[in-house]
Design a protein around this ligand. Structure first.
Ligand code: SAH
Ligand code: SF4
Length: 362
């Protein structure tokens, strides 16, 4: 069984990141009752305790046994930046030295956490800072859910609660689908974070088979990064389009099972002079016509070394108006956290060794 913390030099089994069923089977080897797994799960994700000594409803002997052979990993936040608009970005240093980032976005009653699923990303979309890093490695479910534990605790300390989790940080979640699935299990479980599927969103560049299979297993929400309305341009911006072209992707988006009133989100990064013309909006409207899909327009967030420029407000509004006139629900995503490089597509764990070297060269 994959126990999630295999990368660590610490030989103890990492209990963080284990879905309830795995925790139950792990504890059953010690002859422990099933409800013990639920108890432990509540301590780890409900009360956010990462020290067995504090688990006061477990016997002293059981706590000693757990402490000797298990651990609850908690990679340190090496740095936390707080934006003028209240957005917070944390950089976590993982056991092997890799860095990943998560972003908390407060918005009225909502507290949305944007989490990473990989260190870097292999898909190489030309407009994305994470893509420019290449793939460093997949994250374990422990590393994925730890980002949630960390911010849930930070919010609890000020009397607030996390309301939404989006897989829109570093990496392509559907290229690490096994660990992402284990993390989703914990996010949705009543013994984990107890979030409803509509509050957990997986954002993907469009890995069609994994998207459909994940959608059949978990009632989570999906956001698909379209970013263009024809294959030629989409393949230039997003090389993964060569494998899963638009027609196939749009058909798959229509097949995602949805509860009543719910829609799949199509994300569309607007790049000036590249994909922001009225004709592009009209083509996008044709592609999505009649589907239960809403559009999230994201004006491009610039980052070093990328040739693109964001369009002006008028262009963004015109694009939105064309979609809306075609009956497609469309919103423009507000730019949050740009002063701390926390906006969409700006994450790249900047103080990692690799980026330091790149900076010196560039
Ligand atoms: N790999 C997944 C999730 C992470 S990217 C995906 O591609 O969907 C999250 C979102 O940020 C995607 O919609 C992507 O298109 C967008 N994005 C990437 N770089 C961006 C940038 N520089 N400006 C604005 N949005 C960007
Ligand atoms: Fe990877 Fe998503 Fe960035 Fe593309 S947009 S490089 S898939 S993280």
């Amino acid at each position: 069984m994959d126990e999630g913390g295999a990368r660590s030099v610490d030989p103890r089994t990492d209990l963080k990141g284990m879905p309830l069923a795995e925790l139950e089977s792990f504890l059953s080897r010690w002859g422990k009752e099933r409800y013990r797994a639920r108890q432990l799960s509540r301590w780890i994700y409900g009360k956010l305790v990462d020290d067995f000594a504090g688990m006061t409803d477990l016997s002293k002997d059981f706590r000693a046994l757990l402490a000797a052979s298990c651990r609850i990993s908690a990679p340190p936040a090496e740095r936390i930046d707080v934006s003028r608009d209240g957005t917070e970005k944390a950089l976590f240093r993982l056991d092997d030295g890799e860095g990943i980032e998560s972003v908390l976005i407060p918005d009225e009653e909502r507290r949305t956490l944007c989490i990473s699923s990989q260190a870097g990303c292999a898909l190489g979309c030309g407009f994305c800072a994470t893509g420019a890093m290449g793939l460093r490695r997949d994250l374990s479910s422990a590393e994925i859910v730890h980002q949630v534990c960390f911010f849930a605790r930070r919010l609890a300390e000020r009397g607030e609660r996390l309301t939404n989790v989006v897989f829109m940080g570093m990496g392509e979640p559907l290229r690490n689908v096994a660990e992402v699935s284990r993390a989703i299990d914990i996010l949705l479980s009543q013994y984990g974070f107890g979030l409803s599927g509509k509050r957990v969103t997986v954002s993907t560049a469009g890995i069609v088979p994994e998207m459909l299979s994940l959608a059949s297993k978990y009632p989570v929400s999906f956001a698909v990064s379209l970013n263009a309305s024809d294959d030629a341009r989409r393949s230039l911006l997003m090389p993964v389009n060569r494998k899963y072209p638009l027609k196939e992707l749009a058909a798959a988006m229509r097949r995602i099972p949805l509860q009543s009133g719910r829609k799949v989100t199509a994300e569309y990064v607007l790049l000036s002079g590249v994909n922001d013309a009225p004709g592009d909006a009209a083509a996008l409207a044709r592609l999505l016509k009649g589907a239960r899909i809403k559009v999230n327009l994201i004006p491009y967030n610039p980052h070093e070394g990328s040739p693109y420029v964001p369009p002006g407000q008028e262009t963004v509004d015109r694009f939105r108006d064309i979609l809306q006139a075609a009956g497609i629900q469309t919103i423009t995503r507000e730019r949050r956290g740009a002063d701390i490089r926390a906006a969409c597509g700006q994450l790249r764990a900047e103080i990692g060794e690799k980026s330091k070297i790149q900076k010196k060269r560039g």
